[in-house]
Ligand binder design. Sequence first.
Ligand code: S3P
Length: 429
Amino acid sequence: MNNCTVQPALHVRGDISVPGDKSISHRAVMLGALGKGVTVVRGFLRGEDTFSTLNAFRTMGVGAREDAGALFIDGKGMNGLEEPSDVLDCGNSGTSMRLMTGLLAGQKFFSVLTGDRYLRNRPMGRVIEPLGRMGAKIWGRCGGAKAPLAVQGTPLKGTSYASPVASAQVKSALLLAGLFAEGDTVVTEPSLSRDHSERMLRYFGADVEQLSSGARIRGGGSLEAREVLVPGDISSAAFFIVAALVVPGSELLIRGVGTNPTRTGIIDIMLQMGASLELSNEREVCGEPVADILVRSSRLKGIEIGGELVPRAIDEFPAICIAAACAEGKTILRDAKELRVKETDRIAAMAANLSKAGITVIETEDGLEITGSERLSACSVDSFGDHRIAMSMMVAGLVSDSGIQVSDIGCIETSFPGFAELLEKVACR
Ligand code: S3P
């Protein structure tokens, strides 16, 4: 259990970049493993979550080596994965578990997936149920609702599935199963979740069509090895965006951030709150939009957030809660019930932590109401084993009266190695 106390800062200043996008890094390993030839991944996130995916593919006979800052994956082709001789450990990573369950459902072998105590408590029925419609044979604890999961690979048939949740993990699990299925697989969702799978599948040569709310894939194709340049993760940049907005006199340039429109809810929400954010050097890299983001401290005001903005900022709400706690007036978040089934219940966790910092917070079934304040009180809070809760409360420390102590911050290694050091580097005292 390691703890960390973040002291108040006078300003946040610097010119930084953040580690590679987690979602894109996972997908690069998965598609690289299935491609024909050697896939080179530059900017791969060296976090515990993405190493869980990489290690799982190594257990299935995929060669991978890091050299001169790049990851080289020896693709095995569509039928080249080997039956894993051990359980595949997904650690804390929902993306590893849900996407691999889809991918493994259509293989010619048996596999078992497990994870840490947080992941073993997260809902898996949302992928197992629709995969079952394709003919998949998957078993899990609690009647198939929870991991460990056992997957007996079997021939699959394409399906048309209207997902009740806007979830890229559900959509991607079905698309990866659809790659191995007979015929077409179509997934639609209530509003569009991140579309990295669709973009990368197309980049690797799959027959994928993007729909206004979902995607279609044709089964039976093959993938070609590619070079993937992974942009900075906007979900990691979010903590620095909020830090620079709420600490007075700040100016921070964050270079090379992925700005896929299915992920830029944080930018839209901050702009609505009155943020000074400028995007420059906008370009496209390997099918993904990328930009530099200049952030200047701003007087934020409370707003109402709901609807299609929620999936576009789904991982950023812990950071957005800190912006709301520093804004003038009340911020109301609704339609965000999904936050209750993330790495922890993020609605309950942020309500508990902000209350300790002296903020008036009301927890609702599907969101939060946060009344902003001039300054946060010194306090000790818990990460609840969730990397994004830990990082958001460390950012809160920068605007506290005399520091915030966050316990159990080891979880930050899942997505952002070096976070504490980078935060200290940009914080002027
Ligand atoms: C992810 C999708 C999101 C997100 C998670 C990563 C992905 O989950 O919260 O951190 O890489 O597909 P859901 O799709 O379940 O909302």
